[in-house]
Design a binder for this molecule. Structure first.
Ligand code: HEC
Length: 258
């Protein structure tokens, strides 16, 4: 299994502030979990600037091109962000709301209210950056307890072995949309130990596509979310097809060897 280069279990926010000597700042954002097109809810949070924090935690190595900063949530959810995004944009690890109200969020699209955000919640300046706003809630993990650095080598075994453009595209999408919860060749979320390529094998292409597009139809009441509802319909299907192509590629032969 690919081991992370470095992993940091985050201490409680009060200790992080005193030990890492990074000051908390107040930041206003468009809260993507509670906003929908045409309805924007702005919330101010208190948080630590990510570039300063990453340097305190990892030194300069997080800036090496190709490095991925990986946020693990309490339940094993995994959110990987290319480190270049932290250099280009502004992000904070939030620890509370600035107005002193409970550090929770409502998520009407998932029919959830009062979802706990702590101990840490990754937020982005999407108020001044329309591209960041268009990302919705992708890259905003909450209940973060650990930060890892991953390198391209950590993904080597999960990469498609055949030179197939659709599969390569699908791998990119699977990293964003599936490996948050599922694993392939030892890398991914820690919610499920089973390999996503393995559990996909008994399913037809059509069934696999339905799992991606409308999991509720495959298993009513499932907690698996449908693929990015912000994407135009045709692009959702193209993305799902590419992910299916990727999941049908051979596993890397060297994965099980030491
Ligand atoms: C937020 C977490 C989450 C994400 C993201 C996610 N899944 Fe799932 N997935 C689940 C859960 C939970 C189940 C178990 C379904 C159940 O039993 O209710 C599941 C089940 C499945 C199954 C069915 C396995 C079986 O039991 O036969 C497939 C196939 C699957 N996921 C594929 C995918 C693919 C492909 C993606 C990316 C497009 C994806 N999942 C993204 C959480 C997730």
């Amino acid at each position: 299994m690919a081991l992370p280069v470095l992993a940091v279990e985050l201490p409680p926010p009060g200790r992080l502030e005193s030990e890492a000597r990074v000051p908390a700042e107040t930041v206003e954002v468009v809260e993507p979990h509670a906003s929908s097109p045409g309805h924007e809810l702005r919330i101010s949070y208190r948080g630590f600037g990510m570039t300063g924090l990453l340097t305190r935690l990892f030194g300069e190595r997080w800036k090496i091109p190709g490095t991925e900063v990986v946020f693990f949530s309490r339940d094993g959810y995994r959110s990987g962000v290319d480190s270049g995004r932290f250099l280009a944009g502004s992000a904070w690890l939030a620890v509370s709301r600035a107005d002193g109200r409970p550090f929770t969020v409502d998520n009407p699209s998932q029919h959830e209210s009062g979802v706990a955000l702590g101990p840490y919640y990754l937020i982005w300046d999407n108020l001044h950056d329309p591209a960041a706003r268009a990302q919705g809630a992708y890259g905003w993990p909450y209940q973060v307890v650990r930060i890892d650095l991953a390198t391209p080598a950590d993904y080597a075994a999960a990469r498609p072995q055949e030179a197939d453009t659709a599969a390569t595209e699908g791998f990119k999408h699977a990293r964003k949309y599936c490996l948050t919860c599922h694993r392939v060749a030892g890398i991914g979320g820690e919610k499920f130990p089973a390999d996503l390529r393995e559990i996909s094998r008994p399913l037809s292409d059509q069934a696999l596509q339905s799992w991606i597009i409308e999991p509720q139809k495959m298993r009513p009441g499932t907690s698996m979310p449908p693929l990015d509802a912000l994407l135009p319909e045709a692009e959702r299907y193209r993305t799902a097809d590419a992910i299916v192509r990727y999941l049908r590629t051979r596993p890397a032969t060297d994965f099980t060897r030491p």
